[in-house]
Design a protein around this ligand. Sequence first.
Ligand SMILES: [Zn+2]
Ligand SMILES: [Zn+2]
Length: 551
Amino acid sequence: MNADELRLIPLGGLGEIGMNCLALEQGQDIVVIDCGVTFPSVDNGSDILHPRFDYLLERRDRVRGIVITHGHEDHIGAIPYLLDEIDVPVWAPAHAMGLIKLRLGEWQFDLDALPLKTTHVGQTFRVGSFEFEPIRVTHSIADATALAIKTAAGTIVHTGDFKLDDHPADGELTDEARLRELGDEGVRLLLSDSTNVDARGTAASEREVGDELAQIVEGAETRVIIGIFASNVQRLLHLGDIAMRTGRRIVLLGRSVMNHVRVATSVGRLRWPSDLVVAPDVGQQMPRREVMVIASGTQAETQAALARLSTGEHPRFKLDEGDLVVFSSRTIPGNDRAVYDLYGAFLRAGMQVVSRATHPRVHASGHAHRDEQLRMIELVRPRSFLPVHGTLHHLHRHAELARDAGVDDVLIAENGDVVTIGTDRALAKNGRVPSGRVYTLDGTAISDEVLRERTQLGRKGVLTVAIALDDRGALASAPALACYGVVGPLERDVLVRAERAVEHAVDVALKDRVRPEELVEAARLAARRVIDAHTGQKPYVLVSVLREDRR
Ligand SMILES: [Zn+2]
Ligand SMILES: [Zn+2]
């Protein structure tokens, strides 16, 4: 390795949206930038997916720390999983740190024993041989930062998630002056957020969203229910102001909304008067036009507040005909059908529904559109460019944007690629490391084998075969077969045929004095062959052999 070589190893977020995690390596030091999760797109009983950490775990003595850009789940969610394996310090802005502590507390980490360090914009800190400077960027969550990092190869800038909005609710603008200054000093490499590369122009300002929501709430004579992404602190700021202006009290529904309000308040990002929020049962008794409900579950998550409100099954709050439900959110691709069903459930119950479809300004993205991405490149003027945070499609389009803007050295990399760069050596790929997703449930990893089994069970159903052997090792009775979730005309006579086939196969196997596992396999194949022949199905076959012991 050359002395000026910097290695960048994306473990998540390159080639996908979400689960952002990037390792930087130089000399004997490794530092991790962001450590996020993603959520399953299929229902296989998992709840959270985090990056494979093999690369870090195999070099655990050289990992100097984790540096966080902001508090979204796709940037902080995997921290407990990694800290479970290695003891390293975590640096994060105050708001993200509040959320990290909440999560680590739930995981029963001893917070006082952990080296958790709060970062501040403009204040540099060292992690191993790297020097970091957090820079303010505007985003949908509060206290988001980009990072300028002094490395062996030169200064690199990582944008984190950002947008350029002249009027964010918290008044914290992306620090374009500092970014330009860094550009003047010379930036070796820019890594920039590709999420919205398909969106033309610039993202709408949060101020327009605030104005639109204010108008909607002012015109409402009933309860107003606002669905938001729980972490959207910019939106919470506006909603608090609107509630106060229109004489409404706020009811918070959903654990994630309550957690985010609590954390944002504790770090001074949300300064609501103490009587603004009322408990659900108090709000339920108040006149309808004095209540604003803020609820989570805009993606129609089945257990979330909005879904339960739509069916009248929320345990702590009921809506009435005429109440106004506002989806101040976008629909994440893939959730469209479920979200339309949720709109339908509200409409069926007599509520009014407002969404981006009817009022385009009820939501604005927290991610830069193309013109803002271009402006970032023009401010920083990097010699090299590596697009991050996007599927391969997004990375390609962002790379093209950078080339058009005059950056000569542009590379597209995906999770697991080892990317190298030197002071004068261009970006290059040098091999691959293990990468991918670890499926977990309640904090515990689910093995690939279990996932495969679950997929098979769900797709094909299961056939159980019970074989009883007597104390001499002969069949004690006819095998018993039962089916669960198997499609097709599986009439009684098919099962009887399968039972006979199994009985025959077991008899033959016993005569041949085969090993126990061969007996099981013979029974499995015999059962499966009959079911397949009569129904065209190949269910998952589970064979149990019971042996009677002479006592
Ligand atoms: Zn974010
Ligand atoms: Zn993100």
